[in-house]
Design a protein around this ligand. Structure first.
Ligand code: HEC
Ligand code: HEC
Length: 342
C-alpha cells in the first residue's frame, strides 16, 4: 500500500514537470519588462494584423532601441524620440517639427498612441500601414534626412545590432523586413488605456461633477468625430480650423477638391499634454481649442458648422473632461522609455 501511494505521487509530479517544460519550450523566458501588452478589454478589435507580426520580447526590445537611437539619422543627431517624447504622449511641444540641422518640417508632431487601432497614418492619411510609416521620417530631409541602404550598413557594422536582429528574427541579416517589423512591434506597445476616462468606462472610478458634465457635452458635440473609446473614428473632416500653413490636408493625397482642408480626426487621449494643437500646431492651449469650436468659422462639417454655443461654465467642464483623458501610467511606463543610459 505504502509503496503504491509513493509511486502515484511521483507519477503526478512527473506529469507536472512535463507540463512545465512543454510550456517553457513554446516560448523562451523573455526579459520580464518586454512582455507584449494585452489588448484592453474595453477597446474594439485592433486594426493591425498581429498574426502577420506577433510582438515578442526581443522584437519589441529591438524596435524600442531603434526608436530611441539617433543612429537612424544622417548625422546621428535625431531619433524618433526627438519629436515623439514619452512624457508628452510621444508628441512634441513645438508647433511645427524640426529635424536634422533644425530644418523646419510641415506639420506638428502628433501623439503616438494606440497605433494598432489606426487604419491610416498622418494628418492626411497618406500612409496606409504602420509597417511602412518609419520610412517617411527616415528619408524626409526635415526629419532624419537619411536613406535605408546607408542606415542598414551602419547597423550591420554596429557591435550589438546584428545580435539584436538575430535574437528577434533568427538571423543577423539587417534588412528592411526585420527592421520595419521590429519598429511596429515596439510602436504597437504604445497603448494608452489607463486614464480616469478609461477607469470610468470600466467602472473602476467615477467622474467629478464637472468632469461628468463635460463628458455629457463631449458626447453631445464631439463624439460624431472623436468617437469612443479611442476618441477618433479616423475619418477625414473639416473642423473649421483654418490652416496657417496653407496645408491642403486630405486633398494632398487624393487630389480631389472636396478633400481640401480635411484632416484626419485625431485621438484626444492625453490631449492635455500634446499642445500646441491642430495639424499646424497653431492653437496653443485647450482653452484656445474650445474657444475655436464655439466660433462660427471657416467651413466646418456638421455638427460644428455654425459653432457650438457654450457658456463659460460649460467650457470649463469640457476642459475638465479633456483633462481626464490623461494616462499617467502610459507617460511613465518604463517599458516604453529610452533603453539607453542618459
Ligand atoms: C522631425 C520630427 C519627427 C521625427 C524625427 C519623427 N517624426 Fe514621426 N511624425 C512627425 C510629424 C510632424 C508627423 C505628422 C506628419 C503628418 O501628419 O503628415 C509624424 C507622424 C508619425 C506617425 C503617424 C501617427 C499617426 O497617428 O498618424 C508615426 C507612427 C510616427 N510619426 C513614427 C515615427 C517614427 C517611428 C520615427 C523614427 C523613425 C519618427 N516618427 C520620427 C515628426 C517626426
Ligand atoms: C466634424 C468633426 C469634428 C467634431 C464634431 C469635433 N472635432 Fe475636434 N477635430 C476634428 C479634426 C478634423 C481635427 C484636426 C484638425 C487639424 O489638424 O487641423 C480636430 C482636432 C481637435 C483637437 C486638437 C487635437 C490635437 O492633438 O491637435 C482637439 C483638442 C479637439 N479636436 C477637440 C474637440 C472637441 C472638444 C470637440 C467638441 C466640442 C470636437 N473636437 C469636435 C474634427 C472634429
Amino acid at each position: 500500500m505504502h509503496t503504491h501511494r509513493t509511486v502515484r505521487k511521483t507519477r503526478s509530479l512527473w506529469w507536472l514537470l512535463l507540463l512545465f517544460t512543454a510550456c517553457r519550450q513554446e516560448e523562451l523566458p523573455p526579459p520580464a519588462d518586454q512582455q507584449p501588452l494585452p489588448v484592453p478589454a474595453h477597446f474594439p478589435a485592433p486594426h493591425y494584423n498581429f498574426a502577420s507580426n506577433k510582438p515578442i520580447p526581443a522584437g519589441i526590445a529591438l524596435g524600442r532601441k531603434l526608436f530611441y537611437d539617433p543612429i537612424t539619422s544622417v548625422d546621428s543627431s535625431i531619433s524618433c524620440a526627438s519629436c515623439h517624447v514619452q512624457t508628452l504622449a510621444f508628441a512634441h511641444n513645438q508647433s511645427i517639427s524640426r529635424g536634422v540641422g533644425g530644418k523646419l518640417g510641415v506639420r506638428n508632431s502628433p501623439a503616438l498612441q494606440n497605433l494598432a487601432w489606426v487604419p491610416w497614418f498622418n494628418a492626411d492619411g497618406g500612409i496606409l500601414h504602420l509597417d511602412v510609416q518609419p520610412l517617411a521620417p527616415i528619408t524626409d530631409s526635415a526629419e532624419h534626412n537619411f536613406n535605408l541602404p546607408d542606415l542598414f550598413d551602419r547597423l550591420r557594422r554596429h557591435p550589438q545590432y546584428p545580435a539584436d536582429f538575430e535574437a528577434a528574427f533568427g538571423s543577423r541579416t539587417v534588412s528592411d523586413r526585420p527592421f520595419f517589423l521590429a519598429m511596429s512591434q515596439f510602436m504597437t506597445q504604445l497603448v494608452s488605456a489607463g486614464s480616469l476616462y478609461d477607469q470610468v468606462l470600466t467602472q473602476k472610478a467615477t467622474f467629478s461633477i464637472d468632469q461628468a458634465a463635460g463628458y455629457a457635452l463631449f458626447r453631445t458635440h464631439c463624439t460624431s468625430c472623436h468617437s469612443e473609446p479611442l476618441t477618433s473614428n479616423f475619418a477625414f473632416a473639416r473642423n473649421g480650423h483654418q490652416s496657417s500653413t496653407n496645408d491642403e490636408g486630405r486633398k494632398r493625397v487624393t487630389g480631389d477638391q472636396v478633400d481640401f482642408g480635411k484632416f484626419r480626426i485625431p485621438s484626444l487621449r492625453n490631449v492635455a499634454l500634446t499642445a500646441p494643437y491642430m495639424h499646424d500646431g497653431s492653437l496653443p492651449t485647450l482653452e484656445a481649442v474650445i474657444e475655436h469650436y464655439t466660433q462660427p468659422d471657416y467651413p466646418a462639417d456638421a455638427p460644428i458648422g455654425t459653432g457650438i454655443a457654450l457658456n463659460s461654465q460649460q467650457k470649463n467642464q469640457l476642459k475638465a473632461f479633456l483633462q481626464s483623458l490623461t494616462d499617467p501610467a502610459f507617460l511613465q511606463n518604463e517599458r516604453l522609455s529610452s533603453p539607453f543610459q542618459p
